[in-house]
Design a protein around this ligand. Structure first.
Ligand code: SF4
Length: 160
């Protein structure tokens, strides 16, 4: 997997103090993107699932997959997510795709089996709102994946 960065103890990419893994590669080209240096697919460095597990276990925190858009590496990310779930981690995933698009493709649908909350959709500058929790623009949803299905999206609710 191509990894740009790993930030431990972040509180802006989901509830609690989490380990955020930034995956390289994004083709959405959202105007106003906060991180255009993440767009090249070959940015960052190659890391294995074992290396990432070692880091997340040392941090002993839940995990957020962000970027870039991790979904471009969905097949490679799957073993990492499987192991994180086996260790009982809560996983959030940020993507420029919408939930319905991911559910329509086998590899991303399978990836969602391991995801607790999906923050979906492209960043839209005119819908940018700093007051939104854990997302940049109001079109983006916090999808409670376990309770959602196409045609019936259940949004994640904060309990704080
Ligand atoms: S999906 Fe995210 S990383 Fe990709 S262009 Fe849009 S804002 Fe930037």
């Amino acid at each position: 997997m191509r990894i740009l960065d790993i930030i431990e103890g972040t509180s802006v990419d989901g509830p609690g103090l989490r380990t955020a893994i930034y995956f390289a590669g994004c083709l959405h080209e959202c105007p106003g993107c906060h991180n255009p240096q993440s767009w090249p697919m070959d940015a960052g460095k190659e890391m294995s699932a074992d290396q990432l597990i070692e880091i997340t276990e040392e941090a002993d925190a839940d995990v957020t997959l962000t970027g870039g858009d991790p979904v471009y590496q969905a097949a490679e990310i799957m073993p990492l997510c499987r192991e994180l779930k086996r260790k009982g981690r809560n996983i959030w995933l940020y993507t420029g795709f919408r939930y319905e698009e991911l559910m329509a493709v086998k590899v991303s649908r399978e990836l969602l089996d391991y995801i607790d909350v999906l923050v979906d959709g492209p960043f839209i500058e005119r819908l940018h709102d700093r007051s939104l929790l854990f997302r940049g623009s109001s079109n983006q949803r916090l999808v409670d994946v376990k309770r959602s299905m196409p045609g019936r999206i259940v949004e994640w609710q904060s309990d704080f």
